[in-house]
Design a protein around this ligand. Structure first.
Ligand code: ZN
Length: 331
C-alpha cells in the first residue's frame, strides 16, 4: 500500500480508534444568541442534527428565562422535536428546579453544571460551588428517573480567579465521585486552556478517578480548541462536546468564537480514520442551515469545505491549468 502521510500508522500520537461527540449547539450555541431564535428554528436544527448520527444532542437548558431568554422555550422545543431512535436528547440545568423541569419534559439525561471556582459559580448560578454540590445531592435524592451527569465549568481557567489549583479540582471531584457521579465534563468555558495544560490536567484526573468517564468541552476563544482536543486524546479522553457551525461564544470575551465546530472536529477525525459515527455531509448541510438561520455562524469547514474537497479542488485546478497550457502551446 502506498504511504499516506495523513493516514499512516500513528507512531507519535496515542490516538483512539473512535471518539464520541455530544452535539451541544442547540444549547451552548443558542443560549448566547442576542436575539430570540424562533422555537421552530430550534426544532428544525435539532431534527436535522438527529439525521447526522449523534448519540447525544444537548437540546436545551432549563434555566430561568430572565437569565437566559433564548432557553425560555425549552419545554416547547423538547415537545416539538421528532425523536429518532438511538438519540439521547439531553439538557443542561443549573439547579434542582431545572432538574425537575427537565424530568417533567421527558429528558432522560441531564447535565448539571457547576464551576470549579466559587466566583464563577456565584456569577453564573448565584451560589457557591459547595451549594451546587449539595444541589446535585438533592437531584440524586429526588427519586426522578434521570441519568445525571456533571459539567465542571472553568476547569482550566476562570475569568475571575485564574487557573484553579489541582487540589481545588480534587476538592470538587472527590465529592462528586463519592456521590457516584459517573460522567464529568471538563469545561474550558472561557477557552483559555493550552494543550500542555489540558494534557497534564486530564492525565492526572484520569489517573485519580478511574471510575469517572471524563469528557472534554472545549471553547475556541483563543483558537486552541483543536490542539486541546488532541492533547485530551493523548491523555486518554474519547468523549467530546462540540457545536455545529461553531456556534456559541464566551460571555466574558466579547466577539470570541464558540465551541469547537463539530464539522471541523469530524472532518479532521475522518481524515485520520478515527471513527465518529457522524455523517459529515448531512452535518455540513445542517451547518449551512444554521448559518442561514442565524446569519453569522462560521467554521473552517463551512468556509473552505472538507479537507478532501480541497485536495480534489486543487487537483482539478492543476488539471485545468495544465489543459490551458496545452491549448496555448498548440496555437
Ligand atoms: Zn460551553
Amino acid at each position: 500500500m502506498a504511504w499516506d502521510g495523513r493516514k499512516g500508522e500513528p507512531t507519535m500520537l496515542n490516538l483512539p480508534k473512535r471518539i464520541y461527540i455530544k452535539e451541544v449547539g442547540p444549547r451552548d450555541g443558542l443560549q448566547i444568541e442576542k436575539t430570540f431564535v424562533p422555537t421552530a428554528t430550534k426544532i428544525e436544527m435539532i431534527d436535522r442534527l438527529s439525521q447526522c448520527g449523534f448519540a447525544d444532542i444537548q437540546s436545551a437548558a432549563f434555566v430561568h428565562p430572565k437569565a437566559v431568554p433564548n432557553m425560555a422555550d425549552a419545554e416547547k422545543v423538547l415537545a416539538g422535536i421528532t425523536r429518532q431512535p438511538g438519540v439521547e436528547y439531553s439538557a443542561l440545568v443549573p439547579n434542582l428546579r431545572g432538574f425537575q423541569r427537565a424530568a417533567a419534559a421527558g429528558v432522560k439525561r441531564v447535565e448539571l453544571t457547576l464551576s470549579a471556582t466559587d466566583s464563577h459559580n456565584i456569577n453564573n448560578m448565584n451560589m457557591t460551588t459547595e451549594q451546587s454540590i449539595k444541589m446535585i445531592e438533592q437531584c440524586l435524592n429526588s427519586g426522578l428517573d434521570v441519568d445525571l451527569i456533571v459539567g465542571l465549568a472553568v476547569t482550566f481557567g476562570c475569568p475571575f480567579e485564574g487557573v484553579p489549583t489541582f487540589s481545588r479540582l480534587k476538592f470538587v471531584l472527590d465529592q462528586l465521585s463519592a456521590m457516584g457521579i459517573k460522567a464529568v465534563g471538563l469545561g474550558d468555558t472561557s477557552g483559555v486552556a493550552t494543550p500542555l495544560q489540558v494534557y497534564n490536567t486530564t492525565s492526572r484526573l484520569l489517573d485519580a478517578y478511574p471510575d469517572i468517564n471524563f469528557f472534554f468541552h472545549p471553547h475556541n476563544t483563543h483558537g486552541n480548541a483543536m490542539a486541546n482536543v488532541f492533547a485530551a486524546m493523548q491523555a486518554g479522553i474519547t468523549h467530546f462536546d462540540s457545536s455545529v457551525a461553531g456556534l456559541g461564544g464566551c460571555p466574558y470575551a466579547p466577539g470570541a468564537s464558540g465551541n469547537i465546530a463539530t464539522e471541523d472536529l469530524v472532518d479532521t477525525m475522518n481524515e485520520m480514520d478515527i471513527e465518529t459515527g457522524i455523517d459529515i455531509d448531512r452535518l455540513l448541510d445542517t451547518a449551512r442551515f444554521v448559518r442561514e438561520a442565524l446569519g453569522h455562524s462560521d467554521s473552517a469547514t463551512l468556509r473552505a469545505g472538507k479537507i478532501s474537497d480541497l485536495s480534489v479542488e486543487e487537483r482539478s485546478l492543476i488539471q485545468r491549468s495544465l489543459t490551458l497550457c496545452r491549448v496555448s502551446w498548440s496555437i
